[in-house]
Design a protein around this ligand. Structure first.
Ligand code: HEM
Length: 458
């Protein structure tokens, strides 16, 4: 069975012990695609040649012309899941470049058939949308320079890049390290569910302890974003290439995929909201999201993740009795404390992320506004922040109203606590609330790296 197919009913019967391999989740890599292919068969070289040179072609304003001259290739020669994932990534990189080559003021209404037809076919086979997703840009876009070496920023390379130089490598590879840091927590999920089914309090308690440790490691890995990504470059240059054509004022009508469908289609841009990690932890802990943020997250899950991973999340949500009910029912102090730690760590992670979004989006957005109003700024600012698309100013790449969305999601996470007034990690949560961007700047790269790599077992 392929990762793109849904898990069969027999396997997903939760009376059997839950296993990661049913859902193509790796014990070693979690949701990350193990050892992605680097090249397609020779027939697909026209795609590879353009996709490998996308940034240069954008710089010289010639990507659109190249794509229009590209031959229309068949997709039936693509074999197996990894070839399809590489094809999707290749076509996604070309599409984002094609649409946004001239910035927000000269977008296109039609994606030419040379790109649209194979892109649609590959997307259908994978169950992914025809736009760059987290599953492409992060999960399937990596290579170790030294295959025997560790997963570290220095030893990781992107297969494909987009405009933004080193910050693009930083953004995708730090996100990859967050995915990898979560793996022990993902491995512990079946233990929690199977432990609850067997009424084994000790097993559930231990598995929850692994999960809270893994969430801590995710937060440590996330800190590297401040070291490897320039906020001005992220905001002014990179962000547009991640953005989509749904709820986007500069592409109000969406995009016509030529020879696929006459009517335009709308798709959200790439975002780590499409990562399966937090969806899994939310479902396990019983976090119930508020209507509109919940609808956004459900849309990300249903349409922007590999289907087998979305199925895993769904099966976690369906497991009965729920973990939270089990914790309340058993009233065991170590079990309750382990559950509360997970909730608190997840709140702390979301708080950290909110502060990061403020540094990478809110602050540069207000500077960009100021520059536009006053027409000032250094040469560097004019070549980065000042270029930022105005349509994305207050919206996430997925089109959401960023801060209120993120805070609502964080508050709902906090709300799942079984003893909110006596939060065991109240102080830690409060501290992470107070840690705004500049404070983190003071943390040296060396100390961050040593902390993270010492926990990155891989
Ligand atoms: C510079 C780095 C980052 C920025 C600026 C950023 C920005 C955003 C924005 C604007 C949203 C709102 C939804 C959307 O627009 O798609 C979002 C959501 C989200 N992001 Fe990030 N993000 C960053 C890195 C990461 C990383 C590394 C992860 C971890 C894998 C992550 C995980 C999430 C999750 C899970 C959501 C959904 C909301 C939630 O569950 O709390 N983000 N992010």
């Amino acid at each position: 069975m392929d990762l793109s197919e849904s898990v069969d009913a027999e396997n997903s019967d939760l009376l059997q012990p839950l296993r990661l391999q049913w859902y193509y989740v790796s014990e070693e890599y979690g949701f990350v695609l193990p050892e992605p292919l680097e090249d397609l068969p020779p027939y697909y070289q026209p795609w590879m040649e353009i996709a490998k040179n996308v940034t240069e072609l954008i710089d010289s304003h010639s990507l659109r012309a190249c794509v229009q001259k590209m031959p229309l290739l068949e997709t039936h020669l693509l074999q197996g899941h990894r070839e399809l994932r590489l094809a999707h990534l290749t076509l996604s990189v070309m599409t984002m470049g094609y649409v946004w080559q001239e910035g927000e003021n000269d977008t296109v209404k039609v994606l030419p058939r040379t790109l649209a037809v194979p892109y649609w076919a590959v997307s259908q086979k994978l169950g992914l949308p025809p736009i760059l997703t987290h599953a492409d840009a992060v999960l399937a876009n990596w290579k170790k320079k030294d295959p025997q070496g560790v997963f570290s920023m220095e030893n990781l390379e992107l297969l494909f890049t987009l405009p933004g130089g080193k910050s693009v490598h930083g953004f995708f590879m730090v996100t990859l390290l967050v995915e990898l840091a979560a793996v022990p927590g993902i491995r512990a999920i079946p233990e929690v569910i199977n432990g609850v089914n067997q009424g084994d309090v000790t097993m559930v308690t231990r598995a929850l302890e692994s999960i809270s440790l893994a969430i801590d490691c995710m937060r440590e890995a996330l800190k590297l974003m401040h070291v490897y990504v320039e906020p001005a470059v992220f905001y002014g240059i990179m962000r547009i290439y991640l953005s989509g054509w749904k709820d986007n004022a500069s592409m109000e009508d969406g995009l016509v995929y030529e020879d696929v469908q006459v009517e335009p289609m709308e798709f959200s841009g790439g975002s780590a909201a499409q990562s399966s990690l937090l969806h899994c932890f939310d479902e396990l802990l019983g976090v119930k999201h508020e209507a509109s943020s919940g609808a956004f997250l459900t849309r990300m899950r249903s349409h922007y993740m590999p289907p087998a991973h979305a199925h895993f999340i769904q099966d976690i949500s369906l497991s009965r009795p729920s973990l939270r009910d089990f914790v309340l029912d058993r009233a065991s102090e170590p079990l309750t404390s382990a559950y509360e730690h997970c909730v608190a760590k997840l709140v702390a992670l979301r708080n950290y992320h909110i502060n990061m979004v403020s540094r990478f989006i809110t602050v540069p957005a207000s500077r960009a506004k100021e520059l536009r109003l006053r027409g000032e700024g250094s040469g560097e600012e004019r070549s980065t922040i000042a270029q930022a698309p105005t349509a994305l100013e207050e919206r996430g790449t997925g089109g959401s109203g960023i801060m209120s969305f993120l805070k609502t999601v964080r508050d709902r996470t906090r709300g799942v606590s079984v003893s909110p007034s006596t939060h065991p990690l109240g102080a830690e949560v409060a501290q992470s609330n107070a840690m705004a961007g500049p404070a983190q700047k003071a943390t040296t790269e060396a100390s961050l790296l040593s902390k993270v790599t010492s926990k990155l077992f891989l």
